[in-house]
Design a protein around this ligand. Structure first.
Ligand code: ATP
Ligand code: MG
Length: 1109
């Protein structure tokens, strides 16, 4: 949007012309016509270049809204339709951005809208400048100073219901950012005569009416006032209430404004007391009292008002009373007291009232200044707004009007000077040739008034200071002599015969041809007003007042500071302050608002041509336009000009690359505008004739229409295309969605139909199956029921039969039993006693058995070798007792055996084998029973001597012992190590471990031992075996039983070998080499001792004597 920003112009939607410079043809009629046309359309603002003409609409227009402020904010002056905001914006921006101090000069006659315009300017600036708590406070204070000053300084006049009766110049100060810092207000000559007297149809200052209407009863009571206006002499009853003015509401506004500006409550009270005092003062009346010297002396008529006034101001009543009756004149160090007559007393009273009020007003302005003064000392930018009383012509014009009109004259002067100068400077700046233009310069009128030598003001001062009798008439005479020659001065008495017969010019008047018209001034009061005298007695009385404010207002009443010098005259003061003001204005960049009043009736919609024409004339607006158009009627910077008209030329449309000036040149050449119609300035194009501008405007309008059509065409095409594309896209989306939806629906239909089918079929199938199953089940059930019934029937039948049979059998048995019983009973009745004995016997036996078994609960020992067993209690239980003993023994043996390990078992088995072999066969046996069969007694593996032997024996050694070998030849004994393995037996040397003989067990045929208590045994070898070469072995060992048993056991366990026979006899044959030798055991004699002795008796006999047991 920002790129497309629409550039507007003053020339857009123009009613008439917005800038008078463009009027064509230029004449007073067209000028007025244009103003009227615009006024009728509520276009109250019109430009002459940068000057704003403002017509008072006398009605509120909707053109001062916040939106309007925004609209005009930061826009170029000619960009929008004319408005006072455009001027304010221009001034504010140039102040902020170019650091130029500004002044806004608002001129026009009374009621033309100056004060309103100044307020619009101020509110606009307040709205667009910076924001913030502090800044807002400053703004509020600046804005709220207006209602306060208007209440005290404005009054209803015949021309304006809110006429400013003082001149006001307000400097608004800004910092470098453009934020307001504060302000300074200067006031110019309040029309104080109004306090005591108001022309017909006019009112006193607003504050009096506002106070009486708006103050609370309480306040009024405190101020000793009455609400009734008619009770006060100083308030004219004429139009005491003004249409459209609500005094009561205004009073509240003023009070509120005072509070915002920063007035303290006690200050407000003092101010109101002073206002009330003025009203009271007006009610003081005087009566003459004849004095002996023949003169009348004035006396206060009714002292009540005087008293109340004195109470209000804290003045001693007698002092004031005296001041109204006497006057002290000091001359040459002498004090003289003269009496005052009634007229003088009234004069003194009014002078006091006027002074009181005007000093109060000045004090107010100062007090406001104190509040709104900028707090910083840094450099400030200043915007001055001048709202001075307008040029006015009344029926009866006095010193005040003279002063007011003089001031307006000066402003007109400054306007002429500055507009001209500005114009001239612009031409020089832009390098354009300048042709001088004739216009009326009012400098001559200013000179008539202010010339220090013979100006009217100087004459007046001279008169006032002149000793001797000075009256208004003498002043007029003086004027008539001094100014008679002046073109703009008219008087009956002047020598200029022209006016001698002019009856419109009374004798006590003079007339000045002001720039704005002729004004007839009545000289009466000129001298007095210029002197502005207040009797010293009065000022001293005031000074004595016990009232803070009054004391300040009358400093000259201080007796310590008596100053005999005359104070400067009012005229002098005013001239001086106007001079300062002018200087001040000249130093700033001026902006003009020229206010015009459309009618004299304060009515909307009435446009009185003659009145407007008059104002246009005296404001010099025509000259203004002419000057503006002298060289060139219209000027515009190159950039906006190019921007506005670039569409008129192909080269510049739509964009011109290069400097704007070049673009404008190309443009104008292309449009064939005659060269004399324009000139190129440095930054602006100057167009001589408005016609040229209108030609450009017309072309632009046409071109804009074409462009609009083009834009419309392209836009419509674009819009339709995008719309179509959007429609197409939407259609595709819709179609896709619809298709999807339709297919989805179709699919869902099919699916649900399939489901229905499926479920019907499944249902049908299931029902069919169910039916079948049910049928089957029912059949099965029927079968089983039938069979059950059948079986039941069968069973019942069988049962019945069996029952019948049983019953029959039972019956038979019972019958039989009964029969037998009967028979037996019959038979055995005689043996009954013997029968009883058997029963008793059985019972007794049963009891005994019971007792016997219970007695067996205590078991004998669990040891298998324990032979003890309790004795049988009864002889008849013998067999049972023995059987029980046997069973118990077997059981405990089993128990005992079950604890045995394999090893232990083997040992016991060997022991058993030994017992089987030798028990009761050999006397040596019993001694071996207690010995455990250890097997290895040599511990060969531990003895290093037997290492060789160890390696020789491969199998596990079953027996290793030292035995005695009996020499076959002599029967001598040698120790040998005897080793028995599963496969062989080995004999080795006991000392060296050397193997002496090794016999494989299969070569062994039998072993022979004696029955005696000896350890001899013979190992017999099989005949023909390799081992048998040397013959059988005869050995002896204490552990014979063990050795032989083990040897026997090897034979018993190995299946491949025959059992080794064990012969036990005291005589057996042994094969010694080729000889068979008989070994015979004999009982030894005691001489042999206990040892066994072996002796070879002969070749055939070996005798072994064994000790007798
Ligand atoms: N722009 C405006 N819109 C509406 N009413 C306006 C406008 N300007 C002026 N008026 C009306 O005209 C009246 C007089 O205007 P204003 O007080 O500004 O005149 P003035 O030029 O200051 O007169 P004076 O010289 O007597 O002070 C205002 O009270 C108001 O009613
Ligand atoms: Mg005003």
């Amino acid at each position: 949007m920002s790129k497309m920003e629409v550039k507007t112009s003053l020339l857009d939607n123009m009613i008439g012309v917005g800038d008078m410079v463009l009027i064509e043809p230029l004449s007073e009629d067209t000028f007025i016509e244009n103003l009227k046309k615009r006024f009728d359309h509520n276009e109250i603002y019109t430009y002459i270049g940068s000057v704003v003409i403002s017509m008072n609409p006398y009605k509120s227009l909707p053109i001062y809204t916040a939106e309007k402020v925004e609209e005009y904010r930061n826009r170029n002056f000619y960009e929008l339709s004319p408005h006072v905001y455009a001027l304010a914006d221009e001034a504010y921006r140039s102040l902020r951005e170019q650091d130029k101090d500004q002044c806004i000069l608002i001129t026009g006659e009374s009621g033309a809208g100056k004060t309103e315009a100044s307020k619009f300017v101020m509110s606009y600036v307040a709205a667009v400048c910076g924001k913030g708590q502090e800044v807002n406070k400053v703004k509020e204070q600046l804005l709220q100073s207006n209602p306060v000053l208007e209440a005290f300084g404005n009054a209803k006049t015949v021309r304006n219901d809110n006429s400013s009766r003082f001149g006001k110049y307000m400097d608004i100060e800004f910092d470098f950012k453009g934020d307001p810092l504060g302000g300074v207000i200067s006031n110019y000559l309040l029309e104080k005569s109004r306090v005591v007297k108001q022309p017909r149809g006019e009112r006193n200052f607003h504050i009096f009416y506002q106070l009486l209407s708006g103050a609370s009863d309480d306040t009024l009571k405190k101020l000793k006032l009455d609400r009734d206006f008619s009770k006060y002499n100083y308030l004219s009853l004429d139009s005491a209430t003004v249409n459209g003015l609500d005094d009561a509401a205004s009073f509240r506004t003023v009070r509120n404004a005072m509070q915002i500006v920063g007035f303290m409550e006690d200050e407000v009270q003092s101010i109101l007391e002073l206002v009330a005092a003025v009203l009271k003062l007006g009610n003081i009346e005087f009566k003459p009292e004849s004095r002996c010297n023949g003169y009348d002396e004035s006396r206060v008529k009714d002292k009540n008002d005087l008293k109340e006034m004195c109470e209000l101001l804290g003045i001693e009543q007698s002092v004031l009373e005296r001041a109204f009756s006497f006057r002290t004149v000091e001359a040459k160090m002498e004090k003289m007291s003269t009496t005052l007559n009634v007229a003088q007393a009234y004069y003194a009273r009014d002078a006091l009232a006027k002074n009181l009020y005007s000093r109060l007003f000045s004090w107010l302005v100062n007090r406001i200044n104190e509040s709104i003064k900028a707090q910083t000392k840094s450099r400030k930018k200043v915007m001055g707004v001048l709202d001075i009383y307008g040029f006015e012509i009344f029926e009866d014009n006095s010193f005040e009007q003279f002063i007011i009109n003089y001031c307006n004259e000066k402003l007109q002067q400054i306007f002429i000077e500055l507009t001209l100068r500005e114009e001239q400077e612009e031409y020089v700046r832009e390098g354009i040739e300048w042709t001088n233009i004739e216009y009326f310069n009012n400098a001559i009128i200013c000179d008539l008034i202010e010339n220090n030598k013979n100006g009217i003001l100087a004459m007046l001062d001279e008169e006032c200071l002149r000793p001797g009798t000075v009256t208004d008439e003498t002043f007029l005479d003086k004027l008539n002599t001094v100014c008679a020659e002046h073109q703009h001065f008219e008087s009956r008495q002047s020598k200029n015969s022209k006016f001698l017969t002019d009856h419109s010019l009374p004798h006590n008047c003079f007339r000045i041809q002001h720039y704005a018209g002729k004004v007839l001034y009545r000289v009466e009061g000129f001298v007095d007003k210029n002197n502005d005298l207040l009797y010293r007695d009065l000022s001293q009385a005031m000074y004595k007042a016990n009232h803070s404010l009054i004391k300040i207002l009358f400093p000259e009443g201080n007796p310590a500071k008596v100053n005999l010098k005359r104070p400067p005259t009012a005229g002098f003061q005013f001239k001086a302050s106007v001079g300062t003001l002018m200087k001040n204005l000249l130093s700033k960049n001026p902006n003009y608002i020229r206010c015009i009043k459309p009618n004299d009736k304060k009515a909307a919609h009435i446009f009185t041509d003659s009145l407007v024409c008059h104002q246009v004339r005296y404001l010099g607006l025509m000259e203004n336009v002419r000057v503006r158009r002298a060289g060139y009627a219209f000027r515009q910077a190159y950039e906006p000009c190019l921007e506005r008209y670039k569409m008129l030329c192909k080269q510049t449309w739509p964009h011109w690359k290069g400097p704007a000036r070049g673009g404008v040149e190309v443009l104008l050449t292309d449009l064939q505008v005659p060269a004399e119609e324009f000139a190129y300035g440095r930054s602006k194009i100057f167009i001589r004739n408005p016609r040229t501008l209108f030609f450009l405007e017309e072309k632009r309008r046409q071109c804009l229409e074409d462009l609009a059509t083009l834009i419309q065409k392209i836009y419509r095409g674009w819009k339709s295309r995008t719309h179509f594309l959007l429609l197409k896209k939407s259609q595709v989306v819709v179609a896709a969605w619809y298709r999807r939806f339709a297919q989805q629906k179709k699919y869902q239909n099919i699916r649900s139909s399939a489901l229905v089918f499926q479920s019907f079929i499944r249902g049908w199938k299931a029902r069919k199956l169910l039916r079948e199953l049910k049928h089957k089940k029912r059949c099965e059930k029927a079968v089983s029921t039938i069979s059950a019934y059948w079986h039941g029937t069968q069973a019942r039948r069988e049962l019945k039969r069996l029952k019948e049979e049983a019953r029959r059998k039972h019956a038979v048995a019972v019958i039989w039993a009964y029969w037998l019983g009967l028979k037996v009973r019959r038979e055995y009745r005689k043996f009954f006693r013997a029968n009883a004995g058997k029963k008793i016997y059985d019972f007794t036996i049963q009891r005994i058995m019971q007792k016997y078994f219970l007695g067996l609960k205590k078991m004998p020992s669990m040891s298998p070798v324990d032979k003890s067993w309790p004795a049988r209690p009864y002889g008849f239980l013998d067999g049972t007792h023995q059987e029980l003993r046997r069973i118990f023994h077997l059981w405990r043996c089993k128990k005992y055996r079950s604890q045995f390990t394999e090893e232990k078992k083997a040992t016991y088995e060997e022991k058993l084998a030994a017992s089987e072999l030798f028990k009761d066969k050999k006397a040596l046996y019993p001694s071996s029973v207690g010995q455990p069969f250890k097997g290895d007694y040599v511990e060969m593996t531990k003895n290093p001597k037997y290492q060789k032997l160890n390696s020789f024996v491969e199998d596990k050694v079953l027996v290793a012992d030292v035995v005695s070998k009996i020499n076959r030849a002599n029967g001598k004994v040698t120790p040998r190590i005897f080793l028995l393995t599963k496969k062989s037996l080995v004999l080795a040397d006991q000392k060296t471990g050397q193997v002496k003989a090794s016999v494989p067990l299969p070569d062994l045929s039998s072993v022979s031992v004696s029955t005696q208590n000896d350890g001899f045994f013979a190992l017999k070898l099989k005949e023909g075996s390799t081992s048998a070469a040397k013959g059988d072995f005869l050995l002896s060992s204490d552990r014979l039983i063990e050795i032989i048993t083990k040897l026997h056991c090897i034979g018993a366990t190995s299946a491949d070998r025959n059992k080794i026979n064990i012969d036990i006899s005291d005589e057996f044959l042994v094969q010694f080499k080729q000889d068979k030798v008989c070994v015979k055991f004999i009982q030894g004699t005691p001489k042999n001792g206990n040892g066994v002795a072996c002796k070879r008796k002969n070749n055939r006999l070996l005798e072994v004597s064994v000790p007798s047991p």
